[in-house]
Design a protein around this ligand. Sequence first.
Ligand SMILES: NC(=O)C1=CN([C@@H]2O[C@H](COP(=O)(O)OP(=O)(O)OC[C@H]3O[C@@H](n4cnc5c(N)ncnc54)[C@H](O)[C@@H]3O)[C@@H](O)[C@H]2O)[C@@H](O)CC1
Ligand SMILES: [K+]
Length: 215
Amino acid sequence: MTQLVTVDEMQQIEAYTMEESGLSTAVLTERAAMATLNVLAAGRFDLSKVLVLAGLGGNGADGVALARLLHQAKIPVTLQFVGNVNRASQAVKNQLKAANACGVPRAEKSDFKEPSLIIDAIFGIGLNKDLPDGLQKMLKAANHIDNTVVALDMPTGIDADSGEVRGAALKAKATIAFGYPKAGCQRGQGKKMAGRVITQNIGLITADDFAFSIQ
Ligand SMILES: NC(=O)C1=CN([C@@H]2O[C@H](COP(=O)(O)OP(=O)(O)OC[C@H]3O[C@@H](n4cnc5c(N)ncnc54)[C@H](O)[C@@H]3O)[C@@H](O)[C@H]2O)[C@@H](O)CC1
Ligand SMILES: [K+]
């Protein structure tokens, strides 16, 4: 089985990669978005109308980068932020600059029945408390609609360590795990909510003597 990681371990591996190699967050984000594009383009998903739901942290940055790559590949895509983009991380702002430069369409609100595929880039391994009430309502409503969701790294609302639901979670058909699958995708509700976990190499560097806690 593929090696599972905890959030703490994933953050250590990311930090080690950047310190040892000098690779920036932007490079890893681009790799994550490219890896996702490759999975999506392999033919298993209907790409006729893609909606990317992006949060304001690292997971959102992956989503914004993916929206740009989809748009540049002439795949119909719309980018929608969940949360106030003025409060977004610098990584998201940088990605948004690139997305705007190539004209990625934006939406403020969407009918979740319309897209052929929804990309969940709202929260990843940074989730550390219950989701805000408004977002819980939105995700619960989305789960009642028959649509296909692909989650980036983690399904939003699932704790990446325990697999517990933090108020609500968006049910995915597949989850694309960057570098390593997270323990929360195999535990508790996380196993059901993540769907099929597809692990993708994004060029992380793991020390030879790194001691994984999950055997
Ligand atoms: N750091 C890196 O080098 C990489 C990060 N990547 C992506 O970045 C993700 C992690 O990014 P972040 O650490 O920024 O975390 P997230 O993007 O998961 O969350 C963003 C921030 O939201 C806040 N938050 C947590 N729970 C919340 C809640 N319930 N309500 C409101 N705010 C809440 C936290 O401050 C958290 O840092 C990964 O899952 C992956 O998708 C990948 O691009 C690969 C490289
Ligand atoms: K996500």
